[in-house]
Design a binder for this molecule. Structure first.
Ligand code: GTP
Ligand code: MG
Length: 553
């Protein structure tokens, strides 16, 4: 048995943070580490899903012995790994080596008998650990953090970084999904799949969106796709002779109505029988019908959709872009945090830019560099082979799936330059006449008068940012120009830490205040002691107050 994977429960000290900053930039530990050869999206998804099927989620009492707990579970078979986390109570995620161990554990598990209420029996993989006799054993169980650092801590880290490149890499490292958080996301999908399987035994519930596209931040929602293709395709098995059999099914007038009916019944199931599923809302009249609910034990806000395969394909495309070059994720995280800090994005739907659109803008910008940092979607299509061919609802979604066949970029531009130029590029972009298009990687005339037009990469007649209003776009442009200006000023006159001025990324994450910067001529390099003293002083003041209110969700 391996020990707990990663421990983040202790608030970091400034000294620790300084040590952290001594790491060479670029040595960022990622949830999706750069491995050679790089894994295909489908391989990664299948491996994670299989892991999740061997895993159980256990609500634990306050006091118990970790060793005895593991020994007790090991009666059912060897444990591959485990970790604990807190979410209004202590939970354990335990991955067995074999699936059979889960069945054996379930066979020894009881349905609780209640004094006042009645339990609806349901054998899931979400269990509670009960002690027959209370123990006074104080086990110091260390739990893995499932939330991003506080803004105060992040602010400290950013101020102590050595360069803007370092700041962007620090931001990425602090916000990206951890290994444990990723496991918990796949486990949650697997638990929901067990419930949906009551109706559709061959269904698969797959995570998509930022949980898997390499751009997820700790705390982001969990997008789930109920995949019924196996159920649909069972009848395609070859039969001999002149006969074939078909299932008798109910017919409905459209795909949309079928989707609504399926989601409606799954929504009911989650509401009535889903352990830990609360606040179930059926949003069936949306453009893309969905069931929204909170999975209390994992703390995830979940959006379940079906008949949404293009979104899964978009996630795969973003996974490829995010994995190709280490600068992509760092820049996307920086821009997403910047947009959130200035309320350009929101967790509430509305006329604002979405994270998905922002990511497309960063990809487009990186395709426009010379030489390009990212290839166009059309060139990824050219590299595709026969097994990559994919048509969804008449849309050509073909592109190369094997990352190792894509040539790395020869562009060596630093993140600092890219961040600055991103703001300059979009601060001066002719949004009134041009559209953004990652398929061709060049600007095109807008086909309609939407303020912001970003072509949907697969459904090419659609605009993914149709919802964005002129005033929200203007706000984006103004802030991009202001941020470009701030970063430009720092080129000639970077403020010293002793001037109590946030610099670089920290400066552009602060809400706009006219003339907030009184630039000084002092040099940044100084002794660590002086920096610590000054930073602590500045943190005591209110300078970070606004910054600390910008955390996502
Ligand atoms: P977060 O803000 O971190 O949740 O990012 P996200 O990428 O997960 O976005 P969101 O949860 O809003 O949407 C999930 C996925 O649905 C995205 O990754 C896209 O694949 C897809 N999607 C979202 N919005 C649109 C849209 O306007 N058009 C299309 N075609 N797909 C979208
Ligand atoms: Mg999402």
């Amino acid at each position: 048995q391996r020990p707990i994977l990663r421990l983040l429960s202790c608030p970091g000290t400034v000294a620790e943070d300084l040590r952290r900053d001594e790491r060479p930039s670029g040595s960022v530990e990622t949830g999706f580490e750069d491995k050679i050869p790089k894994k295909r999206f489908s391989e990664m998804q299948n491996e994670r899903r299989e892991q999740a099927q061997r895993t159980v989620l256990i609500r634990c009492p306050e006091k118990f012995s970790e060793n005895k707990f593991l020994k007790y579970l090991s009666q059912h078979g060897p444990i591959n790994n485990h970790f604990f986390y807190e979410s209004f109570g202590l939970y354990a995620v335990v991955e067995f080596c074999q699936k059979e161990s889960v069945v054996s554990l379930q066979n020894g598990t009881h349905t609780p008998s209640m004094a006042m209420e009645t339990a609806i029996p349901f054998r899931s993989r979400f269990l509670s650990l009960k002690l027959k006799n209370q123990t006074s054993e104080r086990s110091c169980i260390q739990s893995s953090d499932q939330l991003p650092p506080s803004n105060r801590k992040l602010f400290e880290l950013l101020c102590y970084a050595e360069s803007i490149d370092d700041q962007l890499n620090t931001l990425l490292k602090e916000f990206q999904l951890t290994e444990e958080n990723t496991k918990l996301r796949y486990l949650t999908c697997s638990l929901i799949e067990d419930i949906a399987a009551a109706y559709f035994p061959d269904c698969i519930v797959r995570p998509f969106g930022s949980s898997v596209n390499t751009f997820g931040k700790l705390g982001c929602d969990l997008d789930m796709f109920l995949d019924l293709d196996e159920t649909r395709n069972l009848s395609t098995h070859k039969t001999s002779g002149n006969f074939l059999t078909e299932f008798q099914v109910k017919n409905v007038p459209s795909e949309r109505i079928a989707t609504q009916k399926i989601l409606s019944v799954i929504g009911e199931c989650l509401d009535h029988f889903g352990p830990g599923c609360v606040g179930v809302q059926k949003i069936l009249n949306a453009r893309c019908p969905l069931v929204r609910f909170s999975h209390q034990a994992s703390g995830f806000q979940c959006d379940l959709t079906t008949n949404n395969r293009i979104a899964l394909t978009s996630s795969e495309l973003l996974y490829i872009y995010g994995t190709l070059d280490s600068r992509v994720r760092a820049l996307v995280f920086g821009i997403r945090c910047w947009a959130r800090a200035h309320s350009l994005t929101s967790s509430i739907p509305g006329a604002w830019i979405t994270n998905f659109s922002l990511t497309m803008m960063v990809i487009f910008f990186l395709q426009r560099r010379s030489p390009p940092i990212l290839p166009t979607l059309d060139s990824l299509k050219t590299l595709a082979d026969a097994e990559d061919k994919c048509i969804i609802e008449g849309n050509n979604c073909t592109f190369v799936r094997d990352l190792n066949r894509i040539k790395p970029s020869g562009n060596t531009e630093a993140l600092e330059l890219l961040l600055k130029e991103f703001f300059e590029y979009f601060g001066n972009f002719a949004f009134n006449k041009n559209s953004i298009n990652i398929r061709q990687g060049r600007e095109q005339n807008k086909p309609d008068s939407s303020p912001l037009y970003i072509q949907n990469p697969f459904e090419t007649s659609l605009n993914i940012s149709k919802n964005v209003s002129q005033s929200q776009l203007q706000k984006f442009v103004d802030l991009a120009q202001e941020s470009a200006w701030i970063l430009q000023q720092e080129d000639t006159d970077r403020p010293s830490v002793s001037s109590h001025q946030p610099w670089g990324l920290a400066a552009i994450l602060l809400p706009s205040v006219p003339n907030r910067r009184s630039l000084t001529k002092k040099k940044r390099k100084r002794s660590a002691n002086e920096r610590v003293k000054n930073l602590l002083e500045s943190l005591k003041s209110n300078r970070t107050a606004n910054f600390t209110e910008t955390n996502e969700k």
